[in-house]
Design a binder for this molecule. Structure first.
Ligand code: ADP
Length: 385
């Protein structure tokens, strides 16, 4: 007889902040959930003793961790997919499916998937090395300007380089890359879709990421995005089409660009809970984390309705401090209306390290922006070492 979904033993690869928020959601349903990561000092380890030490990129560690689990999922996609595939072959439920994780791990295969399925995404070519890139430029196959992206292991913009002219070629990566047309971006959007085991869909409203162009990091995020209903519906439809074409079970974050001509383009995918869905904890009927658990356990999906608009900001380590973290000014920020802090519990702060986030829930997003500016000038993550 198959187990009651609520009794299934769940194993999660990764015990970072996304894992911590997944654990917090799991306590509502009193689930049996444990995590695999390199240290009990990871964020989950601060609130749960169910962190097993191992490397989620190592085949044997993942197999050993998965052996007594019923359902295996992820909070990070840079995991050993061969092991996930083996666990699936052994009859374990692995969501998102290993084939989907494999496809998304590589921006090259992601882009080919968009092309094959006619999902609008900037035109691209694949190159193997800087030499290959240079010869494609010399032959006229690739023309300036373009965006170069590492096929693997780039994150938070660190594997992305805009090459405008020949002079920028000094900065070009010498690795297998995607070379992509530059989009004239007017807004960066993200849509989170949840897809259940029978293909049922729950989609969140698009959110808008306001990026700091100098540091190439998120300044803040607005939910909902300031776009009209028709564009919002179009973005949601694109995200749903993508999830259906992938046949993913679980969460899919679809990052999109809205260009200056009001056209939408898919940028990239993440097959898991995403920074752009943190607001759903306070802002939506069902958080993305609870939704992930519902998907992987085969439970009914929850409503994605927005309870209140919100502004989300990351709490980053001060650029001049490294060492045990001190959250200077946090108490003053808590006096402001609608401020929901999430400190991830990372012991050591480093320059620009993501130490937490704050969701400012407010029906008036202009007022939320004032509170954001106050917090930005008041809260500092420093260290006395
Ligand atoms: P990462 O996986 O590191 O988050 P992204 O593909 O999201 O990388 O790119 C990081 C940022 O670079 C995007 O948020 C966007 O601001 C910019 N960018 C990426 N692709 C393009 C593009 N084709 N045209 C213009 N800007 C881009």
């Amino acid at each position: 007889m198959s187990k009651n979904p609520l009794d299934k033993k769940i194993g999660i690869l990764g015990a970072g902040q996304l894992g911590k928020m997944l654990f917090q959601a799991s306590t509502k349903l009193n689930l049996d959930i444990s995590f695999l990561d390199s240290s009990v000092e990871m964020p989950v380890g601060r609130i749960s003793d169910r962190v097993y030490i191992g490397n989620f990129k190592d085949y044997d560690d993942v197999i050993a961790f998965g052996a007594d689990k019923d359902v295996i999922s992820i909070e990070i996609e840079a995991v050993n997919v061969d092991a996930l595939q083996q666990l699936e072959n052994d009859g374990k439920q692995v969501f998102p499916q290993p084939s989907v994780v494999r496809l998304i791990q590589d921006k090259g295969t992601q882009k080919e998937f968009f092309r094959i399925n006619e999902l609008v995404s900037p035109s691209f070519q694949l190159v193997e090395s800087k030499e290959h890139l240079q010869s494609s430029i010399d032959s006229g196959d690739i023309t300036f300007p373009f965006v170069q992206k590492l096929r693997r292991d780039g994150y938070d913009g660190r594997g992305v380089c805009v090459i405008n002219t020949k002079q920028d070629m000094d900065d070009a990566f010498d690795s297998p890359c995607v070379i992509e047309d530059l989009v004239d971006i007017s807004k960066e959007l993200s849509v989170i879709v949840a897809r259940g085991k029978s293909g049922e869909i729950a989609v969140y409203d698009p959110v808008e990421m306001v990026v700091n162009p100098e540091a190439n990091v998120l300044d803040f995020q607005l939910a909902p995005a300031a776009i009209d209903k028709a564009k919002s519906d179009e973005a949601k439809k694109l995200a749903i089409d993508t999830a259906n074409k992938l046949e993913i079970v679980g969460l899919l974050a679809v990052e999109l660009f809205l260009d200056i001509n009001n056209e939408l383009w898919i940028n990239e995918l993440a097959p898991r809970a995403h920074n752009s869905g943190h607001h759903s904890i306070e802002s939506c009927q069902t958080s993305q984390y609870e939704q992930q658990l519902r998907c992987i356990l085969g439970l009914p999906l929850g409503s994605t309705a927005l309870l209140s608009p919100s502004l989300l900001m990351n709490i980053l380590g001060d650029p001049h401090h490294t060492g045990p973290a001190i959250y200077q000014g946090l108490a003053a920020c808590l006096e402001k209306k609608g401020v929901h802090p999430h400190l991830y519990g990372k012991t050591i702060t480093k320059p620009m390290r993501k130490m937490g986030h704050i969701t400012i829930v407010n029906s008036n997003l202009e007022e939320a922006k004032d509170i954001y500016h106050y917090i930005k000038s008041t809260l500092k993550v420093i260290s006395h070492e």
